[in-house]
Design a protein around this ligand. Sequence first.
Ligand SMILES: Cc1cc2nc3c(=O)[nH]c(=O)nc-3n(C[C@H](O)[C@H](O)[C@H](O)COP(=O)(O)OP(=O)(O)OC[C@H]3O[C@@H](n4cnc5c(N)ncnc54)[C@H](O)[C@@H]3O)c2cc1C
Length: 404
Amino acid sequence: MTNSHHLGHLNVLVSGASVAGPALALNLARRGARVTVVEKAPTLREGGFAVDFRGHVHRRVLTAMGIWDEVHARQTHMGRQSVVDADGHARVDLPSEMMSGDVEIFRGELAKIMYERTKDRVEYVFDDSIATLTETAHGVDVTFERGAPGRFDLVVGADGLHSNTRRLVFGDESRYLRFLDYYVAGFGIPNDLGLNRTGRLYTEPGRAIALGNYDGDPGHAGALLVFRSERLTYDRRDVAAQKRILAERFAGMGWETPNVLKALEQADDLYFDAIAQIHVDRLAKGRVVLLGDAGYGATMGGMGTGAAIVAAYVLAGELALAGGDHRTAFAEYETRIRDFAKGCQKISGNAGPFFAPPTERRIRSRDRMYRLLSSRLLAGFFKRLTEKAATNIELRDYPELPES
Ligand SMILES: Cc1cc2nc3c(=O)[nH]c(=O)nc-3n(C[C@H](O)[C@H](O)[C@H](O)COP(=O)(O)OP(=O)(O)OC[C@H]3O[C@@H](n4cnc5c(N)ncnc54)[C@H](O)[C@@H]3O)c2cc1C
């Protein structure tokens, strides 16, 4: 690597330590930049379901980042997933290509891999959040909810669908969040069905419950609840209120629902959000740039993690090529990532009706479609569709990342 690509003079603040944040931190720190990551949660957040990687672009990026082998080693091995009726009998098996890519890993595990690789070189500040951002000719002056203020050359909003950075710099979330008529919840439950790397999906009109065991741990399974709804008003920090909403919406549903709702009462890892997408006009404003779900997120599409990892690689690579000049780098990042990210979002748009079609008739036609897609004739269809979106980007040859 030539010196002009070294980013030793850059001091970067990243908001969010999930996938996009640590991925960028890894790419930047290995090029010499000083990176601080501020995360509002008190520790690195565990949990989340499996996320997947597919196609040669993801592989190339993970390899360049030096984490492909570890991701591979820690992958889940998910087997058959079936749509069941109220008695638990399988009606149709889901095409495996639809549910998982080439490599599937828990979101929390992935975050941990990148955190472990960077924690000695990157300053992680937990339990804090950016309060104000003021751009000057020399940088961005930042104040925090708790910590001491600082000045940074660049600020990256990698703080997810409900990005704080986006709100502070680009304006209120309502301008950018497109609600897609569904909500989703996920939490851990006892594995009463004895699932072993398999999953079951039960659907009634407008609501669905998926139970799955991804890791072979005999005692533990994950529950995913999806329901169709008008826009709800609730406090995002009030977990008890979210549990009440779920209990109401799933009351009277068949199959394992009573047990799932009982487990929900005890759950301490509830993830609850609207199924929505983020659409912004531009990803950068001055020295501030959006990365991952903050800029082009989609709840639950299965493509957000891959998109975030690729985008982090591209953003850091463009900064290296531009010798740290953010104007050039951000413009290139925006041009190179936009269509790719939009394509990944598009695949995600159908997540709600995919799990919980609104009527009996639509449930039946969904299941007929699955049956068709599971057939040998069309087996590769989903793989091709999702892989096309995941590989729809031409990566430049960025200066190589030095080995860690
Ligand atoms: C707990 C959790 C569980 C998830 N489960 C799944 C799943 O099962 N399946 C799936 O496909 N996707 C899941 N996702 C989303 C998935 O991680 C993203 O779609 C994708 O990986 C892109 O990640 P991201 O880093 O851009 O955003 P996210 O993963 O949403 O991460 C944003 C991070 O920013 C932090 N943050 C938020 N506000 C602030 C603030 N004010 N200051 C500092 N930090 C802040 C959040 O705590 C979080 O760590 C989950 C995300 C989280 C946080």
